[in-house]
Design a protein around this ligand. Structure first.
Ligand code: ADP
Ligand code: MG
Length: 436
């Protein structure tokens, strides 16, 4: 038994022997398990009223069921409605503390493709806040070690100066938190939180491009940290010049420090990475297999890791030696024909995120302008990035295939003359590809 859903099913099975089915239907039908962590079971339900009833009436039963299943005591935390968002945002923040990711300079393999970025990152650690490296802007495609370097900087600075205030935030999370703080009237706290840090690590800044209010806030945050002589490190999937909808003031700031790119590793570096990752998992691979993997996967370290993980699992399950055929199997799962094909869901999510609407809005009936545009773009991108047919796209978006076709035509027509639209589509496509 491992997944939280399995555990929850186990609990419900026990409870169904003890409670009436009316109780179960009324109080548990919209109760979902979130996680079991640090001795606490976290549940979510829709309303505060249900939360209170669950807590008052059923807490002892739920705890008893857990006791039966695991022979130890658990706490219970029940969240209602959007309390879950706060809970998850906090958990993410906790998790996001750089020292927790285990990304260090020691386990980063250096080669020609990343030595400049690596040296710059170490420069920051030696001399944080120095004008030469402030900000340090690391850019490059997905899976090439940007987040790893960013976290390594955080880990090292934390070790050198445990009192340093370090904030790690993803571009997208910055946006979400800012929007939420405005809604909740806590914008001031939000500002203070980031403006007072010694080291500001911003991962995947590309997500804020094109979002005006976020860029404005980010600009002020950036300035106050910079003017206090504190260090800023930013990663992005592309250089500032290619972030077409980036505010010019931010572009100037980003370009005013040091920019370092990470490229796909060359074959020797790939082989070193493969040996290193396999070694960490207690697996020694023959030279032939190492170089075979290095030939097969050329442009993304995350994919290399995916293959090694699969091979480790295979070896543990069967005890057999890893052959080239096994490598082929593992590679096939990680990359299909060398091209990443996103799912319609990923395309939908990324388009929705870009327009700050929900996926349901796009699939729904609203005629609000930005939702309609997002809907057209989703259809267009699914058509262009996957091999889905018009009827399939129609089913996915709750439309008939003629409507889908009209959406696609509309975008195809506009994209030629509308620079902003083509920049938007490029940004969304890039965000989609960075999810591979
Ligand atoms: P990015 O942020 O550029 O998309 P990540 O930093 O998340 O990429 O790297 C993807 C995975 O590959 C991570 O698990 C990371 O540890 C690993 N990785 C990337 N580059 C290297 C490297 N040079 N040496 C060791 N591991 C690496
Ligand atoms: Mg990253």
């Amino acid at each position: 038994m491992n997944s939280i859903q399995d555990i929850w099913n186990g609990i419900m099975e026990i409870l169904s022997g003890r409670l009436t089915s009316t109780s179960i239907n009324t109080w548990f039908s919209d109760c979902t398990p979130i996680e079991l962590k640090d001795g606490t079971l976290v549940l979510h339900t829709t309303t505060p009223f249900k939360r209170d009833i669950l807590k008052q009436r059923f807490e002892p039963e739920i705890k008893a069921a857990l006791q039966e299943m695991f022979s130890c005591e658990f706490e219970l935390l029940i969240l209602a409605g959007d309390e879950l968002d706060d809970y998850q945002a906090e958990a993410k923040e906790e998790h996001a503390l750089p020292e927790m990711d285990g990304y260090t300079f020691d386990n980063f393999i250096v080669g020609k493709s990343n030595e400049y970025a690596y040296a710059a990152a170490q420069g920051v650690v030696k001399n944080p806040g120095s004008k030469v490296y402030n900000p340090l802007f690391i850019y490059g495609n997905s899976g090439l070690g940007k987040t790893h370097l960013l976290c390594a900087i955080g880990t090292a600075i934390h070790e050198n100066t445990p009192d340093a205030k370090i904030a790690y935030v993803k571009g997208e999370e910055f946006t979400n938190k800012m929007v939420r703080s405005i809604k909740e009237g806590t914008a001031d706290e939000f500002r203070q939180k980031y403006r007072g840090v010694d080291l500001f690590l911003v991962d995947d800044i590309q997500f804020i491009a094109g979002k005006e209010a976020t860029q404005e806030e980010f600009f002020h945050t950036f300035n106050s940290i910079y003017e206090a002589g504190h260090q800023i490190v930013i990663t992005s999937d592309r250089p500032p010049i290619d972030m077409l909808r980036l505010d010019d003031r931010l572009r100037t700031r980003f370009e005013g420090g040091l920019m370092a790119d990470v490229q796909p590793p060359d074959v020797e570096t790939r082989m070193a990475i493969i040996r290193n990752k396999a070694g960490h998992l207690g697996m020694q691979l023959s030279d032939d297999i190492v170089s075979y993997i290095a030939q097969k996967i050329t442009s993304n370290v995350r994919q290399i890791e995916g293959v090694i993980n699969r091979l480790t699992a295979f070896r543990e399950l069967t005890g057999d030696v890893v052959t080239r055929e096994k490598v082929d199997d593992a590679v096939k799962v990680v990359i299909r024909d060398g091209v990443y094909v996103p799912t319609p869901d990923v395309i939908l999510e990324e388009t929705a995120r870009f327009y700050q609407v929900s996926a349901e809005d796009i699939k729904g009936i609203s005629r609000q302008k930005n939702i309609v545009t997002a809907r057209h773009i989703t259809a267009y991108l699914i058509r262009n990035l996957t091999n889905q047919t018009l009827p399939m796209i129609g089913t996915f978006l709750n439309r008939d295939h003629a409507t889908v076709l009209a959406s696609i035509r509309k975008i195809e027509g506009q994209i030629k003359s509308d620079k902003d639209l083509s920049a938007t589509i490029r940004d969304i496509t890039s965000n989609i590809n960075s999810r591979q």
